[in-house]
Design a protein around this ligand. Structure first.
Ligand code: NAD
Length: 332
C-alpha cells in the first residue's frame, strides 16, 4: 500500500523502514503534522499513518476522503484525536496499535515518581557543581504508601505490578475492574475514596467525554494534602487551571506529567530558540515540585519496534481484505 506518514521523526522512519522489509508497502514520510491544511499531501496515497497530536477532525477527514484515503493507521494506542463519526460517515477505517509495550509507559510513570520523590534530577546538577549538600533533597519511602491507580487496562496493570514490588498498597478505580488485579489482592474503590486515601495517584485511563478533566478543582479538594499526582495518560484528564491552583495552595505535593492539555504544537519539537507563550505551561515549570517530560512514556526500542510491526500488519490486513483485529469503530 502507498502510505503517507505524518509527524514523522527520524526514529519513526528508522524503525518503520527496518520493519517494512519484505512487506511491499510503499512508505512516504512527511515531517509536518496532519490537519485540514496539510491533508492535501495525502493525494495519491491509499492510507495515512498518524500519531497522537495529528488532528483528525471532521474537515481533515473529509479532505482525506476527497483524496481517496480509505484507511487511517494510528501508530499509537489512544484515538482521542480522531473524529470516529466523521471517519465512519466517509467510509474510512481506523486501525491502531492497542498494546505495544505497556511496560514502557508504566516504567516511565515509575521514573517520574522516583525522580520527584528522591530528586535525582536536582542531585545530578548539584554534584556536577561540586555541591554535596543534602539540604532539601529529602524524599520518602515508597514502601507502605498507598498508590491509587485510575484506569487498570494493560498499562495500569503493568504499573500496579511494579508498585507492588516496592511494597506499596495498591487501590484502583476503573469502570471495568480487572480480575487479574483482584486476584493479586488489589481492592477497587469509588473514585472519591481513591482520591482521599492515596499518597500517589497515577492516571492510566483513556481521554474521552467522561474522563475529560476527571481531575478538576473538586477532585483536588478530595485528595490528601501533599499527595503526588502522575499523568502518563492524556493531558486533558487534568484541568490545568485546577492543578496550578492545587500546587499554589500546596494541596498537591508533587506533579509528574508526561502529557499536557495543550501539548499539541509544543511537544515532539525543539522550541529552544522561540518564545513559549503558553502561560499555564510556564507556570507549571515554575514549581519546584513539578516534573514534566514531553510525551516520552512510549519511547523505548521495544515499543518502537512493536509499533512499527503492528502498524504494518494492520496495513497488510486492510490491503488483503482480512479482518481488522485492531480496528477502532464508531459507536453511536
Ligand atoms: P487500556 O484500554 O488497556 O486501559 C484503559 C483502562 O481505562 C480500561 O481498563 C478502561 O476500562 C479504563 N477506563 C475507561 N474509562 C474509564 C473511566 N471513565 N474511569 C476509569 N477508568 C476508565 O489502555 P492502555 O493501553 O492501558 O492505555 C491507557 C492510556 O494511556 C491510553 O488511553 C493513552 O491515552 C495513554 N498512553 C500514553 C502513552 C505515553 O507515551 N505517555 C503511551 C500509550 C498510551
Amino acid at each position: 500500500m502507498k502510505v503517507a506518514f505524518f509527524s514523522t521523526k527520524s526514529y519513526d522512519q528508522e524503525y518503520f523502514e527496518k520493519c517494512n522489509q519484505g512487506t511491499g508497502h510503499d512508505l512516504s514520510f512527511f515531517e509536518t503534522s496532519l490537519n485540514k491544511h496539510t491533508a492535501s499531501l495525502s493525494n495519491g496515497f491509499e492510507a495515512v499513518c498518524v500519531f497522537v497530536n495529528d488532528t483528525l477532525d471532521k474537515s481533515t477527514i473529509e479532505k482525506l476522503s476527497e483524496n481517496g484515503i480509505k484507511l487511517i493507521a494510528l501508530r499509537c494506542a489512544g484515538f482521542n484525536n480522531v473524529d470516529l463519526e466523521a471517519a465512519a460517515a466517509n467510509d474510512i477505517k481506523i486501525v491502531r496499535v492497542p498494546a505495544y509495550s505497556p511496560q514502557a509507559v508504566a516504567e516511565h510513570a515509575v521514573a517520574l515518581i522516583l525522580t520527584l520523590n528522591r530528586k535525582t534530577h536536582k542531585a545530578y546538577n548539584r554534584v556536577r557543581e561540586n555541591n554535596f549538600s543534602l539540604e532539601r533533597l529529602i524524599g520518602f519511602n515508597l514502601y507502605g504508601k498507598t498508590v491509587g491507580i485510575i484506569g487498570t487496562g494493560i498499562i495500569g496493570i503493568a504499573f500496579a505490578k511494579i508498585m507492588l514490588g516496592f511494597g506499596c498498597k495498591i487501590i484502583a478505580y476503573d469502570i471495568k475492574p480487572s480480575q487479574e488485579l483482584k486476584d493479586l489482592g488489589i481492592a477497587y474503590e469509588g473514585i472519591d475514596d481513591l482520591l482521599a486515601k492515596s499518597d500517589i495517584i497515577s492516571l492510566h485511563c483513556p481521554l474521552n467525554a467522561e474522563t475529560h478533566h476527571l481531575l478538576n478543582a473538586e477532585a483536588f479538594v478530595k485528595m490528601k494534602t501533599g499527595a503526588m499526582l502522575i499523568n502518563t495518560g492524556r493531558g486533558a484528564l487534568i484541568d490545568t487551571t485546577a492543578v496550578v491552583n492545587a500546587l499554589k495552595n500546596e494541596k498537591l505535593g508533587y506533579l509528574g506529567i508526561d502529557v499536557y492539555e495543550q501539548e499539541s504544537g509544543l511537544f515532539f519539537k525543539d522550541h529552544s530558540e522561540t518564545v513559549n507563550k503558553d502561560d499555564d505551561f510556564l507556570r507549571l515549570l515554575s514549581f519546584p515540585n513539578v516534573l514534566i517530560t514531553g510525551h516520552q512514556g512510549f519511547f523505548t526500542k521495544e515499543a518502537l519496534e512493536q509499533i512499527a510491526t503492528v502498524t504494518l500488519e494492520n496495513l497488510t490486513d486492510f490491503e488483503q481484505g482480512n479482518e481488522l483485529k485492531n480496528e477502532v469503530k464508531f459507536e453511536e
